[in-house]
Design a protein around this ligand. Structure first.
Ligand code: AGP
Length: 620
């Protein structure tokens, strides 16, 4: 998964694109590059590693020009290296391509491009050479002529893409058509920013938000011809399209760190707002309300649903595990929760009587998108819960209920998780009332409790200094066990995922009742255990699990509810406000996010961009 940017306008392009790439670095950061048209030729600079390496290069060797492309990479084909960094050029070096996605038939195309010399191991470079080949077939005998070259470049790109299979958001620059960028999109995100006398393209809105709020989200199979003062849209058959721009509401500070050390910490602190914003205006009317009004999911359709499947990956999957307890308890509907990468490859019984709910922050996760497509092939209706407007999954779904968290830059998902839980809680309420499992009157206490949750999150955030202190005792640990029960078993899983993915400490989440079936063999003084022992119907069972691990010397961090009997023997106790058990995961995850953050930060880990990870896994 990579980040692409482009600019055509009257200002110097390189600094604008470097600024844009910085806002896309979360999409991948193992190499980066820029290409600009200057003096009738393409100038290309690339560097392996973080964007700062390219920045240093440009300080030594400045680039100037008004039309340019930029790219930050997360390797899929070919190791992270300068020669594999985008932009990639054709044989002439005068045509370059940047790309996010995977060209599935690149080897087959490469085979056919006899005589072409390839400089990299990437699939992208093949597209540059394929376009070069198409241009040869289109150029008049006298060779390219100024003024005719733009349509030629468009046509050559269009013909080349007709032969390409796979996912791409790509842009093409040719020194012989200096004023134009050709862009195209299938399966990977590509957004056009329309400015005054200048136009931008990017994988994500924050890349150009400082310059324009007017955006066009390209759909699969669409192309754009970008110039300084004009942008035209076409489909892959060359037919002209009319695209309606979207006015982006995000302000710039949402895309900045806002004074926090890391995006992740900023986003942890944004969680009260993410929770509020994802519920705002969605409670009433409980019947034929937000699901009909916003998601397009009618009460009629919802009443016919026999079963719900939920498909997601990682943190989003943990949100589904929690929503299962809610939907089965409150809406009395059976729910099957599936890891998307498993669901898509097994013989599933999903069918026309089922509603499939996909949960995804990025809306571009390949496995979740494939699971959605499979569900639709089987005749099921799909509701997408997503944080990214215009992303592939919401566009593939039948109904959409967006989380309203704003951009999440930290690779470790935090506020998006809270937004997912808040949105799924809203869905649960409407589902229960629409299907008659609860009356509006019976649903009212749920509403009252949910409205209080953002305040409870604010209260728990005050534990931050205590958690930072606790973290100091665990910086050198190599293993962690998180245990929870019932609806907080998923929080044990999520707490473990947070810790492992940013601190690189091996951590496991376990159902506390499973300890005796194996994991208790791991317990000794070197195995810290985080026990989620907040107020619940199974708290006494949790206390037994707590005693079992304490007796074997574990260092214990306990999450407990204010006012409950103290668990003597805990090395550290974190007190959270009393909330109904079913809603407690929304509050209980906060201390575990902070614990993971501080341990990772104290270990000197790159909290926002952990090794080997990218913000959205758009490849299998
Ligand atoms: C979460 O902290 C992880 N970075 C990862 O598990 C993530 O939740 C998963 O890749 C799903 O991403 P999505 O929500 O964008 O689909």
């Amino acid at each position: 998964m990579c980040g692409i940017v482009g600019y055509a306008g009257a200002r110097q392009a390189p600094p604008l694109l470097m600024e844009g790439l910085k806002r896309l670095e979360y999409r991948g950061y193992d190499s980066a590059g820029l290409a600009v048209v200057n003096g009738g030729a393409i100038v290309r600079k690339r560097a392996q590693g973080k964007l700062t390496n390219l920045e240093s290069l440009l300080k030594k060797e400045p680039m100037t020009g008004f039309v340019a492309l930029g790219h930050t990479r997360w390797a899929t084909h070919g190791k992270p290296s300068e020669e594999n960094a985008h932009p990639h050029a054709d044989c002439s070096g005068e045509l370059v391509v940047i790309h996010n996605g995977i060209i599935e038939n690149y080897l087959e195309i490469k085979e056919r491009l006899r005589g072409h010399e390839f400089q990299s191991e990437t699939d992208t470079e093949v597209v540059a050479h394929l376009i070069e080949e198409k241009l040869k077939g289109l150029l008049p005998p006298g060779g390219s002529k100024p003024g005719f070259n733009e349509p030629l470049l468009f046509e050559a790109t269009r013909l080349a893409l007709k032969e390409v299979k796979g996912a791409y958001a790509l842009a093409v620059l040719w020194s012989k058509a200096p004023g134009v960028i050709i862009a195209a999109k299938t399966a990977s995100p590509l957004i056009i920013g329309l400015g005054n006398g200048e136009n931008f393209l990017a994988s994500d809105v924050p890349a150009f938000l400082a310059h324009t709020r007017k955006a066009v989200f390209l759909e699969d199979g669409e192309m754009a011809v970008l110039k300084a003062g004009d942008c035209a849209f076409f489909n892959l058959d060359g037919r002209r399209l009319t695209k309606v721009p979207t006015q982006i509401q995000w302000d710039r500070t949402m895309a900045e760190k806002g004074g926090y050390r890391h995006f992740m910490l900023k986003e942890i602190y944004e969680q009260p707002a993410s929770c509020e914003d994802s519920m705002r205006g969605r409670f009433f009317p409980l019947k034929d309300g937000v699901l009909e009004r916003e998601a397009g999911l009618s009460g009629e359709t919802l009443k016919k649903v026999k079963r719900i499947y939920m498909v997601a990956c990682g943190t989003a999957y943990h949100a589904c595990l929690i929503a299962k307890y809610w939907l089965e308890n409150v809406a009395k509907i059976p729910v099957a929760v599936e890891i998307a990468s498993e669901f898509r490859y097994r013989e599933t019984l999903v069918g026309p009587d089922d509603l499939v709910i996909s949960v995804s922050q990025s809306g571009e996760t390949a496995d979740t998108l494939a699971a959605v497509r499979l569900a639709k092939e089987k005749g099921a209706k799909v509701l997408s819960v997503c944080n990214t407007l215009g992303a592939a999954i919401p566009r593939a779904a039948d109904f959409n209920l967006y989380t309203h968290c704003g951009p999440e830059f930290g690779v470790a998902s935090t506020k998006a998780f809270i937004g997912q839980l808040a949105t799924l809680a809203i869905f649960t309420l409407h589902c229960a009332v629409t299907r008659g499992a609860r009356t509006e009157h019976e649903a009212r206490p749920w509403v009252d409790q949910l409205v209080k949750i953002p305040g409870d999150i604010r209260t728990v955030l005050k534990l931050d200094p205590q958690i930072k202190e606790i973290a100091k005792s665990f910086v050198k640990k190599n293993h962690f066990l998180f245990i929870g029960r019932n609806v907080n078993y998923a929080i044990a899983l999520e707490g473990a995922l947070k810790l492992k993915e940013i601190s690189y400490i091996h951590a496991e989440g376990y159902a506390a009742g499973e300890l005796k079936h194996g994991p208790i063999a791991l317990i000794d003084e070197n195995m810290p255990v985080v026990a989620i022992a907040t107020r619940s119907q199974t708290r006494d069972k949790m206390v037994s699990s707590f005693e079992e691990v304490r007796a074997r010397g574990a260092q214990l961090i306990v999450l407990a509810t204010e006012g409950d009997p103290k668990l003597a023997g805990a090395n550290h106790t974190l007190l959270v406000p009393a909330v109904p058990e079913l809603l407690s995961p929304i509050v209980n995850i906060i201390p575990l996010q902070l614990l993971a953050y501080h341990i990772a930060d104290l270990r000197g880990c790159d909290v926002d961009q952990p090794r080997n990870l990218a913000k959205s896994v758009t490849v299998e």
